[in-house]
Ligand binder design. Structure first.
Ligand code: ADP
Ligand code: MG
Ligand code: MG
Length: 193
């Protein structure tokens, strides 16, 4: 369960492909409880990440750093700075440890510090926290990720644009939770853990 430059690049390549494939679906989800741009935002951002990583960063720390910068500058909206912060926290910690569980723990903490969302607020945090916990116990599976993503459906949004809808946000998946689900599916599928 250690992140290396090699498995990280494979992970991000797979994630970028998933986001490109699911762009319209993610924007459709966002049109139900937000402004309909999450898929476009993420596709633009992940294209920038792929381009940045194609220039062959020297090591894992620089790869994580260029990922964070591309996400912050190209995704935009609420999700850009949040994903960007998560990767920046991993970049900072990666000079001390490359243990995946510790990296994701730091990333989730950064995300929560930046966005102020708690478990149950119907955001991407509702995927990051269970993934963090399951990684700690070495029990992360595809089913656990899917469960976490689906759990956002019955939640009422307390943060971000969807919170403007109040209880009318109930019954819809959170788009950022779905894109985070793809991030962690890619992590499993590319053999990072
Ligand atoms: P915007 O809402 O600015 O259009 P996006 O559509 O790209 O941005 O991203 C929306 C997603 O961002 C939401 O589905 C949610 O998962 C996430 N999000 C929004 N606000 C927060 C927050 N404060 N903390 C964590 N995640 C958030
Ligand atoms: Mg949006
Ligand atoms: Mg927007």
């Amino acid at each position: 369960m250690e992140l290396t430059l090699e498995n990280y690049l494979a992970w991000m390549q797979d994630f970028a492909q998933k986001i490109a494939d699911k762009k319209d679906y993610l924007s459709d989800l966002d049109s139900k409880i937000g402004d309909g741009d999450h898929g476009n935002n993420m596709a633009r951002g992940l294209k920038a990440v792929s381009e940045a990583l194609a220039t062959k960063p020297a090591d894992l720390t620089s790869a994580l750093k260029v990922t964070a910068m591309a996400l912050i500058s190209k995704v935009g909206g609420a999700a850009g700075p949040l994903y960007g912060t998560a990767f920046l926290e991993m970049a900072k910690l990666s000079s001390k440890t490359v243990d995946l569980s510790e990296l994701i723990t730091a990333a989730a903490a950064g995300l929560q510090k930046r966005g102020g969302a708690q478990a149950g607020d119907k955001t991407m945090v509702d995927v990051w926290l269970p993934v963090r916990d399951n990684l700690k116990n070495s029990q992360l599976t595809s089913e656990k990720i899917e469960q976490a993503v689906n759990s956002t459906k019955q939640m009422e949004a307390k943060k971000g644009r969807a919170s403007y809808l109040g209880e009318r946000s109930v019954g819809h998946l959170d788009p950022g939770a779905v894109s985070s689900g793809y991030l962690f599916e890619s992590m499993l599928q590319t053999g990072v853990i």
